[in-house]
Design a protein around this ligand. Structure first.
Ligand SMILES: Nc1ncnc2c1ncn2[C@@H]1O[C@H](COP(=O)(O)OP(=O)(O)OP(=O)(O)O)[C@@H](O)[C@H]1O
Ligand SMILES: [Mg+2]
Length: 585
């Protein structure tokens, strides 16, 4: 069928077809071997006309292995032949100890396609495609195959699935039948929790950046408020001699700054009462006894106002308060982990805003009120229960509590976020991912506890948002850049790659691209993904649901792969209009 090479270019060559030979099967996209006396090169037929074919150079065979890329071009007298069975197996990946089944090759009569487990799962990966193209089913099948694999049993795997549409709840429900050591659990925040476990995140494990995102901060002025609030919540939660003395010091300083401000006496009194209402100690509360020479007054009695408009017990009170100011406390930090609730946090915020005069400055008033209103709406709203955690976990204990059900190790943890609005679901995903990443950085033997963070509908969360402007980084970009070293791997699933953060996509090493029609997304894939050629991008346009183009470091060459339908499938079917429009339930 193939005659002589007529032209060799940088990445492809042209071969004349033998005159008179009829081409029976569709040879477009099939593979050939270009062999001269020094080497064997793998090519793919990319164009075909009556007299010649264009062959794209894909890789070189050495000692029965295929290496992507071409160092040396074939000689002009090289012969061209279709690949044989043995070579097809090499191209599609082999069922070796490290090989994992992805699906079947429609080009090669359903031959299985394998990829290298390490090359795939130790790097970030992306799954892209139109709605309904098979991403969620593909994701579910990929994980199911990982657990069905009998060669490498992932008993120590830690997959966190952030399931915004609640699709995966049943998809992994039977992994325990594959191996009794495999366990799966679903956490939810929904009221109708369908038998799933409730998600509770320890508030004290949040850092000030997490709180800034949770409170949807929009200006840098709000950050010091958040930092101070967190600092105070931690300090107020301590209950020892030093922390009580520190509280007295803080209250005393706050009261003195009010006393010496230019407010009216009535306003001063209100501010001082507000301070002791938000934070009180034995020395500072409305009923505290203040002793003068030969007489005593209650704290609240010191604020009667005389004819001159001054506090009747101003001197007594000022002397009393001043004795608690102790400059050695100015850089005090809470010792170790302290435990506090949302209402403690709210008190710490009130104390910050009143004692530091945030409300008095017209430039900061608006920002202060916004933070206060947002925190209050969380405290009183439906999401407060997420932060209602009764057990005093530190970070490793908290992550263990998600990954262990008693003594059972759960390899897949589904965080079902389908009842939340987008903004809060995004923040929860970020907070938990940040905690996983921070924990991984503390493990002495780097990467020895690998975590896989799988984010569905990633364009909603892993996007170019305001995090950079506000807190200086986006956690997913940080994980994309640094996570691999610590064994924290992102799996990004999205219909709109163009809306996913560029930094994250550019750090992915493997891709499963299902049918993608949107021209902007197609163009984006062409530009963003390293080593992808135009032919590859064009190929995915005609794919059926459940068939993807798989390529990256775990695959020998870009391959079209038909994935088997997952069993059980995710809850992602199209609505059955014939059934429901007709009125059946
Ligand atoms: N491997 C497969 N084999 C056969 N059919 C499939 C396969 N994968 C998906 N499908 C069909 O496509 C439908 C949609 O698949 P899926 O929910 O995975 O799409 P999706 O890309 O995740 O869509 P969305 O972006 O809307 O979440 C499935 O309900 C199923 O009917
Ligand atoms: Mg989906």
């Amino acid at each position: 069928m193939f005659d002589k090479i007529s032209y060799i270019g940088e990445t492809s060559l042209y071969v004349d077809l033998t005159p008179g030979v009829e081409i029976k099967s569709n040879i477009l996209s099939s593979h050939v071997v270009i062999q001269d006396n020094e080497k064997m090169i793998l090519g793919e037929i990319s164009e075909l006309d009556k007299t010649k074919v264009k062959i794209k150079l894909m890789g070189e065979f050495h000692d029965g292995k295929l290496f992507g890329g071409i160092l040396r071009k074939p000689l002009m007298d090289a012969t061209i032949r279709p690949v044989n069975d043995e070579e097809i197996s090499i191209i599609l990946g082999e069922n070796t100890e490290s090989g994992l089944l992805l699906g079947q090759s429609p080009f090669y009569n359903g031959k299985p396609v394998y990829f290298n487990i390490n090359d795939f799962y130790s790097n970030h990966f992306s799954i892209f495609g139109n709605s309904g193209s098979g991403k969620s089913c593909g994701m579910a099948r990929l994980i199911q195959n990982t657990f069905l694999n009998q060669k490498v049993k992932p008993v120590n795997a830690n997959f966190f699935v952030f399931d915004v549409s609640g699709e995966y709840s049943r998809a992994f429900s039977n992994i325990n039948e594959i191996n009794p050591a495999y366990h799966y659990r679903v956490f939810t925040t929904s009221e109708t929790n369908q038998g799933f476990e409730e998600l509770h995140i320890p508030l004290w494990l949040l850092n000030s950046n997490d709180l800034a995102l949770l409170l949807q901060c929009s200006s840098h002025t709000q950050l010091p408020i958040i930092e101070r609030m967190l600092h105070l919540a931690r300090c107020f939660a301590e209950n020892n001699e030093i922390s009580i003395a520190y509280k007295d010091h803080l209250i005393a300083k706050a009261i003195i700054s009010v006393l010496f401000s230019d407010s009216t006496p009535v306003r001063k009194k209100n501010d001082i009462f507000s301070i002791v209402e938000t934070c009180s100690t034995d020395h500072f509360n409305l009923e505290a006894t203040i002793a003068g020479v030969g007489y005593t007054r209650k704290f609240r009695e010191c604020f009667n106002i005389d004819k001159l408009g001054t506090f009747t017990e101003g001197i007594l009170f000022t002397n009393y308060v001043s004795q608690f100011v102790n400059e050695k406390f100015d850089n005090y930090e809470a010792q170790g982990l302290t435990y506090f609730t949302l209402s403690d946090l709210e008190k710490a915020l009130d104390f910050t805003l009143i004692s530091e005069g945030w409300y008095k400055n017209e430039n900061t008033y608006g920002d202060s009120v916004t933070v206060k209103v947002r925190l209050h709406s969380i405290v009183t709203g439906p999401y407060s229960k997420i932060f209602n955690c009764n057990t005093r976990y530190d970070l490793p204990q908290f992550l263990s509590s998600l990954l262990y059900k008693g003594s059972e190790k759960c390899q897949i943890v589904n965080i079902n976020l389908d009842d939340m609005d987008d903004a809060i679901a995004g923040v929860i995903t970020k907070i938990l991912s940040r905690m996983i990443f921070d924990f991984s950085k503390t493990i002495p033997n780097r990467g020895s506890i690998p975590f896989h963070i799988l984010v569905e509908e990633a364009h909603r969360y892993i996007k170019n948002d305001t995090d950079h402007f506000l807190i200086g980084y986006n956690i997913f970009e940080r994980i994309a850049k640094e996570g691999r070293k610590y064994g924290v791997i992102l799996g990004v699933i999205s219909q709109r790659p163009v809306e996913v953060s560029d930094t994250v996509v550019s750090q992915c090493s493997n891709f499963l691209i299902f049918k993608t029609n949107h021209p902007v997304d197609e163009e984006y894939i062409r530009k963003m993904i390293p080593n992808i050629s135009n032919d590859i991008v064009d190929k995915q346009k005609g794919l059926q649901s459940g068939t993807c183009l798989a390529f990256g470091t775990a695959f020998k060459i870009p391959a079209i792969v038909k994935l088997e339908m997952p069993n059980p499938p995710p809850l992602s079917n199209n609505a059955d209009l014939l059934k429901y429009w007709g009125g059946q339930q």
